[in-house]
Design a protein around this ligand. Structure first.
Ligand code: OAD
Length: 280
């Protein structure tokens, strides 16, 4: 359903308060440009936007990419995770993601995933994740935007919009895997050298944030690493990571140098204090 309607001058109107907007905002419950909401209960909740990377799933047993012993130490990244690698050796790429799915099947959401879902009581929470696992969803987060695809899905090689979800009894895919429509299928992963289709939506969500939090990413991969540039000036920004990347360009970022579960406990206290302060 589309929340903003467009007039003949290409101006968009918010369906809830009829204000003019210059950008398009497809949303079901809420306009994330002016924050007008559908129900009274959602009114005035601050917008909390969380950008997560592999580190948030590390304590669930999912291997990160660039830490010591990480995936890219053991697999040649351009062979298993690039468009060129897939063209040259699709079997190798399918096998790589088959292994990732097996690893994911054994994993459960950890305290950090659960704490984010819990924050939906007090905040309008949007999770933008570079992760391809489904641990945010399994923890109960309702608004999850995947930037780099989803491990439990496959998509048509020729039509990026044709996507199927794998069932847990048939997780192995090969170059011979066909969709229900007969198309050859590939992992639903954004390979290196491919555009990131959800990045524009992610930027708009970040621009709407009242509070922005980054968790468990080395901030090495763009465009995801650049999302922080789109926060509105002056909003609180936090970065939870036991070994954070440099934030020299962002002196106002509060770094919580801890693992995700522990860091989320600290952040939850800070955020509850924020809610109390803004109630007054
Ligand atoms: P990285 O492996 O590059 O970084 C993981 C980050 O998590 C590091 O900053 C670690 O310090 C931190 N970390 C490790 N353990 C943690 C814990 N318990 N709690 C919190 N943080 C912890 O992973 P990403 O930054 O997510 O893309 O990598 C970005 C992208 O590069 C991935 O989405 C993937 C990869 O290539 C594709 O494959 C397209």
């Amino acid at each position: 359903m589309i929340l903003i309607i467009q007039d003949e001058f290409h101006i968009y109107y918010c369906k809830f308060n009829k204000k003019r907007h210059t950008r398009f905002a497809p949303e079901d419950e809420k306009c994330y440009i002016c924050r007008s909401v559908k129900t009274d209960t959602m009114k005035n909740k601050p917008i909390l936007v969380i950008s997560t990377g592999a580190g948030i799933s590390a304590e669930s047993g999912i291997t990160t990419f660039r830490d010591a012993g990480g995936l890219w130490e053991n697999y040649p990244v351009m062979q298993v995770a690039s468009a060129q690698g897939f063209a040259q050796n699709p079997e190798l790429v399918h096998n790589f993601y088959n292994k990732r799915r097996k690893e994911l099947l054994k994993a459960e959401p950890n305290g950090a995933h659960k704490a984010l879902a819990e924050l939906e009581k007090d905040f309008d929470v949007y999770v933008i994740t570079q992760n391809v696992d489904d641990l945010h969803e399994r923890a109960g987060s309702k608004n999850v935007l995947h930037l780099h695809g989803e491990l439990m899905k496959i998509r048509s090689v020729s039509n990026p919009d044709y996507i199927e979800t794998l069932d847990t009894d048939h997780l192995e895919t090969t170059p011979a895997t066909r969709g229900r429509n007969g198309d050859p299928m590939r992992p639903h992963i954004v390979f290196f050298q491919e555009p990131v289709p959800n990045i524009e939506k992610a930027v708009e969500i970040v621009m709407s944030a009242d509070i922005f939090v980054v968790i468990g990413t080395s901030l090495a991969v763009y465009p995801a690493a650049g999302l922080i540039e789109y926060t509105r000036p002056g909003i609180p920004v936090f970065y939870i990571d036991p070994n954070p990347a440099s934030t020299a360009g962002h002196p106002d970022v509060t770094v919580i140098r801890k693992k995700a579960t522990e860091g989320m406990r600290d952040l939850t206290e800070i955020l509850h204090a924020y809610v109390e302060k803004h109630k007054k």
